[in-house]
Design a protein around this ligand. Structure first.
Ligand SMILES: NC(=O)c1ccc[n+]([C@@H]2O[C@H](COP(=O)([O-])OP(=O)(O)OC[C@H]3O[C@@H](n4cnc5c(N)ncnc54)[C@H](OP(=O)(O)O)[C@@H]3O)[C@@H](O)[C@H]2O)c1
Length: 281
């Protein structure tokens, strides 16, 4: 498992951004890579004929396609050692300005797609008695952000799911690592990926626009280097012990530290109330 030359990595959403860089890093380190994306042509343009690589069309919302992909990956390389659940996008916008149908698409992609990939690959890993699943979350999976309630809700779901699943599959030698990137320079905030609310509510007009402008201004100026994230995931996959949560980026460490301290402070400040609800027998 820890010899990268014999590992097979399966990566979702590899046409660009973090997924592309993780795929390249794993391939360059000697792994077999199954790079998947919802548009085969885009994948071919991105990777050309890179060796030890299988390119497969996969929309993570399509459960049947997920099954076919895992089977093809196993047939080609004989194992699936690392699954990188990366495919996703940001549904931003104020909660009341996001249509419920868009909320559902966000969960279908970022949560249910990720779960369906786990469901598909776990039997292979159980049989192997080894495996590693990287579930790409976000700092928004541990703390809330204005204008990102739907995205954060989806990433919080990813984290609750992953933390619990990790306990269930540890016995089979399978590790789950939640990756929490800060702001990385990908197309995440580009209009080719990100979605904003489509409902206009007068009460929110100025506030919403100011928040959207903040995100627009960060596009392609984010501090995180996707290539370095890819290399870090490759390095950690080779370690005998992997963390349940892995922050990526100095900004991520800062946001998460502040959030954890705030939670701890709130817990302590209100503890006398919290203890009052016990049944005293
Ligand atoms: N960049 C950041 O600052 C940041 C921070 C925290 C977390 N993340 C997370 O990192 C992951 C990758 O994002 P990124 O930054 O690399 O953004 P990106 O450059 O926009 O890439 C997103 C990738 O996900 C794919 N994708 C979207 N929906 C899909 C679906 N239904 N099935 C298969 N693939 C799908 C896209 O495919 P197409 O090319 O076909 O659109 C693309 O390959 C996401 O889960 C995101 O939430 C990013």
């Amino acid at each position: 498992m820890n010899n990268l030359n014999k590992q097979t990595w399966l990566i979702t959403g590899a046409t660009r951004g973090l997924g592309f860089q993780v795929a390249m890093a794993a391939q360059q380190a000697g792994a077999n890579v199954v790079a998947t994306g919802r548009n085969l042509q885009k994948l071919e343009q991105a990777f050309g004929d890179t060796k030890n690589m299988l390119l497969l069309e996969l929309d993570v919302c399509n459960e049947a396609q997920a099954k076919v992909t895992a089977e093809a990956a196993f047939q080609k390389f004989g194992s699936i050692d690392v699954l990188v659940n990366n495919a996703g996008f940001g549904q931003l916008g104020l909660f009341e300005e996001v249509e419920q149908t868009n909320v559902k698409v966000q969960f279908e992609t970022n949560v249910f797609g990720l779960m369906s990939m786990c469901r598909t690959v776990l039997p292979v890993m159980r049989e192997q008695k080894s495996g590693l699943i990287y579930n790409i979350s976000s700092i928004g999976g541990s703390l809330g952000f204005e204008n990102a309630s739907i995205y954060c809700a989806a990433k919080f779901a990813v984290e609750g799911f992953s933390e619990s699943l990790a306990m269930e599959v540890k016995q089979f030698g399978i590790d789950i690592t939640i990756v929490q990137p800060g702001f990385f320079r990908t197309d995440f905030l580009d209009q080719s990926s990100v979605q904003f609310g489509t409902i206009e509510i007068d009460d929110y007009a100025q506030y919403g626009k100011a928040l959207n402008d903040v995100y627009h201004s960060k596009n392609q100026k984010q501090p995180g280097d996707p290539k370095k994230l890819g290399q870090m995931l490759v390095e950690i996959a080779q370690k005998p012990e992997r963390p349940i949560r892995l922050a990526a980026g100095s900004d991520a460490v800062e946001y998460l530290t502040t959030a954890i301290k705030k939670r701890q402070n709130d817990l302590e400040k209100w503890a006398s109330y919290s203890h009052r609800t016990d049944i005293n027998e």
